[in-house]
Design a protein around this ligand. Structure first.
Ligand SMILES: [Zn+2]
Length: 242
């Protein structure tokens, strides 16, 4: 067939696949999606933690706005510089839609690279809920706490939604065809997110690390160096679980 001038994420690859498939690609994608429910996949969750050991004991808990609001109140109490901002925070906390924006969800990604190099705000500021409530005024205070932490887990794909498994199946089929046809010597960044509606149990976690440098897209893409890339869990000698 020769090398095809197609971008890695061009859906035309699925049409190329059909030249060797015995059935339409939609059927293969659906079948593969079903079969993937027996597989597990390395996935990542980015956060800012004082001690990664908490996750290895309790798992990754779903977004619980009441718990986050309590943490936010404690932070405001500890940060006199944010006192002037308290009224604004109270106003935002009263916005139910904003308050519940990610309620009951845990987000995981299939690739950690983007979380370090382009979407670093989870590592630098601990998550979008806090950023929404505090705005730019709270950035410095959030960066003072904890360490950028990447949690690594083996995600059983039976736990993800069927349509996410089907989407993943399509991405895999597309990449398989690209590799077969073009024989590339590189792999694209995989921009793929899973949204779970359950807590991640500690048994799924296999390791964690603290990226030494994280790109801050909210401040001109500057590279922020992690001053102390260790947490108590690392120091206890448990940093290499995975
Ligand atoms: Zn650590």
């Amino acid at each position: 067939m020769g090398e095809q001038d197609l971008c890695h994420d061009d859906h035309t690859w699925l049409k190329v696949a059909e030249t060797v498939l015995s059935r339409p690609h939609e059927e293969i994608v659906e079948q593969l999606g079903d079969d993937l429910s027996f597989a597990s996949m390395r996935a990542f969750h980015a956060c800012r933690a004082s001690d990664a050991g908490v996750y290895f004991r309790e798992g990754i808990l779903r977004n619980n706005p009441d718990r986050l609001a309590a943490q936010l109140t404690a932070l405001l109490d500890e940060e006199p510089d944010l006192a002037h901002h308290r009224a604004q925070v109270e106003k935002l906390l009263a916005d139910q839609k904003l308050f519940d924006r990610d309620k009951g969800r845990v987000y995981l990604t299939a690739d950690d690279k983007g979380l370090v190099e382009s979407a670093g705000h989870y590592l630098l500021y601990g998550g979008e809920w806090f950023m929404c409530m505090l705005g730019f005024a709270g950035h410095e205070a959030l960066r003072k706490r904890g360490v950028p932490t990447m949690l690594q887990l083996d995600l059983p794909l039976s736990a993800v939604l069927t349509h996410e498994r089907t989407q993943l199946s399509q991405v895999l089929l597309q990449e398989w065809v690209r590799i077969k046809v073009n024989r590339p010597d590189w792999v694209p960044d995989l921009d793929f997110t899973f949204c779970l509606r359950q807590d991640v149990p500690p048994e799924w976690l296999v390791g964690h690390y603290h990226p030494p440098v994280v790109v801050d897209a909210h401040h001109g893409y500057i590279k922020r160096k992690t001053l102390d890339p260790f947490c108590p869990h690392c120091r206890a000698g448990a940093g290499a679980e995975g």
